[in-house]
Design a protein around this ligand. Structure first.
Ligand SMILES: [Mg+2]
Length: 266
């Protein structure tokens, strides 16, 4: 197998969420946005951001500043705020020293993704970048992986690896491209993507380790005073509860109402 490895950027090599919060705080303060506008912006940009988001913001809140100016300011703030752990840079440097070809395949606008790569120092460690905004093709589309390979000067036919935090875009997309994959499972993402239905969540909370109840596998969670195994004791088994009819309709198995219900009871 070729010594080729692709990485996702946001949430894998770089911490987008922390940078996003800092950048939006600076942006909203510098323009004295209302709390409603700030809340709208934080919700709109939680997963990804494009210049069109700022056009919508401007229209919704009647802002005078241009969308293009806001977008460029946001790009600059994100590039200044985004970080990656030292171990990431060291690891990539070791891969390069071992003659690996390194690419970044990322869903996002090309200008902001490249600004983040430059801001973190990652740009000097990769051979090629394919951003979905370059071709309006998003992971898991195989064509974005082919573009990444081309920009790295290699072919997907020789195989390689894809490393990312998104099971659909990174892992599914990598597999479609014929790559072996590594899923970087971060606690924040696990909480957002593995939210079980309320009834099932309650059952899990009653029986599982605190780290697991948050959707985090113990080996990826960071120990804390409230979640270390030493601080956790298994709860007593729940007492048996009497069964009683549910009250939210036929879809949930509610007991049928008696035909002779007294007047005024319905
Ligand atoms: Mg990601």
């Amino acid at each position: 197998m070729a010594r080729l490895v692709f990485f996702d950027l946001d949430g894998t090599l770089a911490d987008r969420q922390a940078a996003l919060s800092d950048a939006l705080t600076c942006l909203c303060r510098s323009h004295a946005f209302s709390p409603d506008a700030e809340q709208w912006l934080r919700a709109a940009l939680v997963d990804r951001a494009t210049a069109s988001d700022f056009a919508r913001l401007r229209k919704c809140f009647g802002l005078e500043v241009s969308a293009a100016y806001l977008w460029q300011e946001y790009v600059d703030l994100m590039a200044a705020a985004v970080t990656c752990r030292p171990g990431v840079l060291e690891g990539l440097a070791r891969l390069r020293a071992a003659a690996w070809t390194i690419g970044v395949i990322t869903n996002g606008a090309g200008d902001i993704q490249r600004a983040k790569l430059a801001g973190t120092g990652l740009a000097d460690l990769v051979d090629g970048v394919a951003a979905s905004g370059d071709l309006e093709i998003r992971k898991p589309d195989r064509r974005l992986f082919e573009l990444g390979a081309t920009r790295c000067g290699v072919s997907l036919a020789a195989g390689g690896w894809m490393v990312g935090d998104n099971p659909t875009g990174d892992i599914g997309g990598g597999q479609r491209a014929g790559l072996r994959t590594i899923w970087v499972r971060r606690p924040t993402l696990a909480r957002r993507t593995r939210r079980p239905a309320p009834r099932r969540r309650r059952r899990h909370r009653r029986h599982h380790h605190p780290a697991q109840r948050d959707g985090v596998t113990p080996w990826t969670s960071r120990p804390s005073a409230s979640s270390t195994p030493a601080a956790w004791a298994p709860p007593s088994p729940p007492a048996p509860r009497p069964t009683r009819p549910r009250s939210c309709g036929a879809r949930t198995g509610a007991a049928p109402r008696p035909r002779s219900a007294p007047p005024g009871s319905g």
